[in-house]
Design a protein around this ligand. Structure first.
Ligand code: 4AZ
Length: 242
């Protein structure tokens, strides 16, 4: 996150750190969002992962953390990368239960809501993650920043992304402070918007031209475009157990 601030513990309890397991330790690689006890939403490029929930400091073992292996990765069937732009950049991770259960709700681990409708342009939203900052490769602490939703027309204008955005994407940033942005290592993580005190996962960090540049805001997967895909995948996976 560029232009972010250290979060307080439990402010983004749906935030997941997706980590690559190596023989010795685990390395943070991208973000994700807990949407149900056994389900994490993320971007489409995933590997041999484990999912860490309830984390703040990546370099410490924390008493509030909950760690899971991934039982199944479901990448969207229309995910493709074309001219460096990821389209339909969304995947579902099914967590492998430990002693018969997945995520347990605590102050530090909670699900985010799926949005039912579009948020208005200019709505106040948050991005969070452990990705690259203006001074460092990755952040050890979870950072967040306030961004505003930007209209498709503005973001597809010649000086911005010049028609490279499709309807499954949207831009967000802070047009007054252009240094506020998501960056590498934040991808797959949430852009949440608040309504009546509830947090909705409105976007997933997807791509952008570098980070924090003027006229090149972060581009996010539009979660509302994938609601029926998400619900049908979760439904059919849950059914296949019985
Ligand atoms: C990335 O490489 C990436 N500034 C994520 C977000 C943005 C750019 C790149 C947006 O994962």
């Amino acid at each position: 996150i560029y232009g972010g601030a250290k979060t307080t513990a439990g402010k983004h309890p749906w935030m997941a750190s997706l980590q690559i397991k190596t023989s010795k330790r685990s390395r943070h690689f991208c973000g994700g969002v807990l949407i149900k006890a056994c389900w994490v939403l993320t971007a489409a490029h995933s590997e041999n992962l484990q999912v860490a929930l309830g984390k703040q400091d990546l370099k410490k073992r924390e008493h509030q953390e909950q760690i899971f292996d991934v039982e199944k990765i479901i990448v969207h069937y229309r995910y493709k990368e074309k001219d460096g732009v990821p389209h339909n950049d969304i995947a579902l991770l099914k967590l492998k239960p430990v002693d018969g259960h997945c995520a347990m709700e605590t102050k530090y681990v909670k699900t985010a809501c799926l949005p039912h409708s579009f948020f208005p342009i200019g709505a106040d939203c948050f991005i969070s993650g452990w990705g690259t900052t203006e001074t460092d490769d990755l952040s050890r602490q979870l950072l967040d920043a306030n961004v505003k939703l930007i209209s498709q027309t503005k973001c597809n204008a010649p000086r911005a992304y010049d028609g490279r955005l499709d309807e499954s994407m949207f831009c967000a940033g802070n047009l007054r402070r252009h240094g506020v942005d998501s960056c590498q290592g934040d991808s797959g993580g949430p852009l949440t918007c608040v309504e009546n005190g509830s947090y909705y996962v409105y976007g997933l960090v997807s791509w952008g031209e570098e980070c924090g540049l003027k006229n090149k805001p972060g581009v996010y997967t539009q979660v509302t475009s994938f609601l029926s895909w998400i619900k049908s995948k979760i439904r059919s996976e849950s059914r296949s157990l019985h």
